[in-house]
Design a protein around this ligand. Structure first.
Ligand code: G3P
Ligand code: MG
Length: 257
């Protein structure tokens, strides 16, 4: 069951469908929907000409061919590149999606978005402004919408989250951390964040309890082992982000909500 702290799907496909399809592509969203996953996490950064694209790495070479920084390429150049073939020939021809195209596809598929702002170095504020512009078009009146109908914007970048807070205060924000800092509560309060997203192997039962007690939602990333997911759920983790959503769906009905 969804909790009031986390009124969204409890299992998110990491970068779309985790390792089951090329990350951060439309094919990944389709794969997630086919599996029965209800929500996805994906990463957004800017090209040289400030187009918001779905990519994780700030440099070319792993999921798209080439060398150098993503921030050095214009959208027209980047959108020509193949973002699927690295995972297997059956994915050849899959491109890097622009954020508005991705959001339209997610709507059509009925998938809930957790958008991670993943700025290239030094572009935290610019990236957040572009993301805010796009989200404003898709959710023109967030303050009138129930929380479950809104996307969740998360980031490791505090400046990016601060821009979101100024620009679209009614859109929920999640602070991403590797390890939970001592002053987590102060940080969440200052950002008026709704959720805390933590690397799963850095979590402890006591911490989950404390974060939940204060009324924040808590997401663990990246959880691929059903047994570990079960432990986290018992501790009170609200949601998990997974590279193997297929395994988790099979193992535990609780993640299907
Ligand atoms: O949002 C959770 C997770 O995606 C954060 O790490 O590096 O996979 O974007 P990363
Ligand atoms: Mg991410």
């Amino acid at each position: 069951m969804a909790t009031p702290r986390w009124p969204w799907p409890r299992l998110l496909g990491h970068r779309g469908a985790g390792v089951l399809a090329p990350e951060n592509t439309l094919a990944a969203f389709e794969a997630a929907a086919r599996l029965g996953v209800k929500g996805v996490e994906f990463d957004v950064m800017l090209t040289a000409d400030r187009q918001p694209v779905l990519l994780h790495d700030v440099r070319l070479g792993r999921t798209v061919p080439g060398r150098g920084a993503v921030a050095a390429l214009d959208g027209s150049e980047l959108l020509e590149l193949d973002a699927g073939e690295w995972l297997g020939p059956q994915w050849r021809g899959e491109g890097v999606p622009l954020l508005p195209v991705a959001l339209r596809r997610l709507r059509a598929l009925g998938l809930w978005p957790n958008l991670e702002i993943k700025p290239t170095p030094g572009r935290d504020i610019a990236t957040a402004h572009v993301v805010a512009n796009v989200l404003q078009g898709f959710w023109p009146d967030p303050s009138a919408a129930p929380l479950e109908d809104l996307p969740l914007v998360s980031s490791f970048s505090v400046p990016a989250l601060q821009v979101m807070q100024q620009r679209l205060p009614a859109l929920p924000r999640g602070l991403l951390v590797d390890r939970v800092p001592r002053d987590w509560q102060e940080r969440l309060d200052t950002l008026k964040a709704t959720t805390l997203h933590v690397r799963e192997d850095r979590l402890e039962a006591k911490l989950v309890e404390a974060v939940s007690r204060e009324g924040y939602g808590i997401l663990a990333y990246t959880v691929n082992d059903p047994a570990r997911a079960e432990v986290l759920r018992h501790w009170g983790v609200d949601a998990i982000c997974s590279d193997r959503p297929d395994r988790l769906l099979q193992a535990e009905a609780a993640w299907r909500d």
